[in-house]
Design a binder for this molecule. Sequence first.
Ligand code: SF4
Length: 239
Amino acid sequence: MNKSQLTLIRRVNTLLIKRFGIPLRPQKLPNPLEMLIATILSQNTNDKNSFRAFENLKTHINDWNELLNLDRVEIENLIKQAGLGKQKSAAIKRTVEYLNDKYGSVALKINSNTENEEVLASLTDIKGVGIKTASCVLLFSLGRNICPVDTHVHRTLNRIGIVKTNSPEKTFYEINENFPENIAHSFHTNLIRLGREICKPNIPACGVCPLNKVCNFKEKCIENVKSSKPIPFMLLDNV
Ligand code: SF4
């Protein structure tokens, strides 16, 4: 990113913190394997449903290795609440088989000195694990300064004018080339909150947006002052 993009990211981070605060993180970061599975479950559903599916899956097994003995349909039945059962159960099944082949058990061992690029390349080798899921493991479980990009982050960054891209993946690579130190977690988490509550896909509530003055979106809806209720539960810090 160039200097003006970096300046805008820092400014947006400050404004979001002013409105939403610094997002809390657990003292002990979530286990990387559990994060990987929880993130697969979180695709295209809300945090509550994916958390229920994750808890249900977890309570039915004593150990993640037991997933090797369940067939895909059994996994699908356990994760029903998360939706897209066929697709997500297949991704989970492939993930545990991949890890078992690679490490001799269902575990995700990532050394603290392994580069982000290497972790991303290795995780996205698993069919069904995309760059967003892999980068969530890096941010939420390994505490790396990397900003995952989902549809909310992609949409808001393009509206604000920090990037001009046509896919979340392109947005991810552009911003993470040199993301400003130490702010990825607050920036990512607060931007998702902004996207869910204020900068919604159809009619953004620009009239109550903390980024109104720095946002370059040409179709702002200044007259819209109706934000959605805060959603207090954020899945990936609570796995
Ligand atoms: S001003 Fe409007 S378009 Fe810009 S970030 Fe805020 S809600 Fe989104």
